[in-house]
Design a protein around this ligand. Structure first.
Ligand SMILES: [Zn+2]
Length: 257
């Protein structure tokens, strides 16, 4: 294993990689994708396909740095669903090489985020903060107390902030626990009135039942959140992804101890 892997393992740390997917295709990206991903790409518009392909290639390039293999040797698959055991809709994982490294990946617009930890489950979500029907969307996913908080905000912009803070936190939790969109999100109370990190209860038949959830800084009006196992004590560190021509990692800062 690499020094980067040992760094995460020894410190119980989380690395959060941020990237911007280009609007022009790059040679060498598509060959890194798996069959399922290529099937998805073929159903997309050309702009969406370029962004998807670039971000999923970047995902493998970053994971390869921890796993001490070439990007084309990183094979991604899924864990069984924690509820029904189905092999196709559990959490994404590294199938090869064999590792206890865990990751979670999220894209929105031209942004992507990748969370990497060792020996724990992790979830991450980024949303580009687009305008929407805040009241309607909030009623669909917020608990009664979350809704009361959102409605108490002074204006539409503040209510939008409250909605996306809650939404990204909920998504990070259900992605960490492995059930995705089939969960009733109202039942996952993420305390949007608190800046965080907050401890959130959400139990599935397998995996942890409490999560340490925090907002992540983003650029350009996007919202993002991270969910780690609640016993996680290590730092959360932000890393900017550079295209392959510049392999040096850029450390942007350390968020919380
Ligand atoms: Zn299932």
């Amino acid at each position: 294993m690499t020094a980067a892997y040992e760094y995460l393992r020894d410190r119980d740390a989380a690395h959060i990689w941020h990237g911007r997917a280009p609007d022009e295709p790059a040679p060498g990206d598509a060959v890194l994708l798996g069959e399922d991903e290529l099937r998805s790409v073929r159903r997309m518009s050309s702009r969406a396909a370029v962004r998807y392909t670039a971000s999923h290639a970047a995902l493998r390039r970053v994971l390869a740095r921890y796993l001490d293999v070439a990007p084309q040797e990183v094979v991604l698959g899924r864990r069984p669903c924690p509820r029904c055991g189905h092999p196709r809709h559990g959490r994404p994982r590294v199938d090869a090489p064999v590792t206890d490294l865990d990751f979670n990946f999220s894209r929105s617009g031209g942004h992507w985020l990748l969370a990497v930890v060792v020996g724990r489950q992790v979830g991450v979500d980024v949303e580009d903060g687009r305008r929407l029907d805040v009241e309607g969307a909030s009623k669909l996913v917020m608990s009664a107390s979350e809704l009361a908080h959102a409605r108490s905000r002074p204006d539409e912009a503040a209510r939008l902030d409250a909605f996306f803070r809650a939404w990204t936190r909920k998504e990070a939790v259900v992605k960490a626990s492995g059930v995705g969109i089939i969960t009733n999100l109202k039942a996952v109370d993420v305390q949007p009135h608190r800046d965080g990190p907050v401890v959130v209860r959400h139990t599935e038949p397998t995996g942890p039942g409490t999560w340490l959830v925090q907002d992540l800084p983003t650029a350009g009006g996007a919202f993002a959140a991270l969910a780690r196992e609640s016993g996680s004590t290590g730092p959360v560190e932000l890393c900017d992804y550079e295209e392959p021509r510049n392999e040096e990692r850029q450390w942007r800062g350390v968020l919380v101890p």
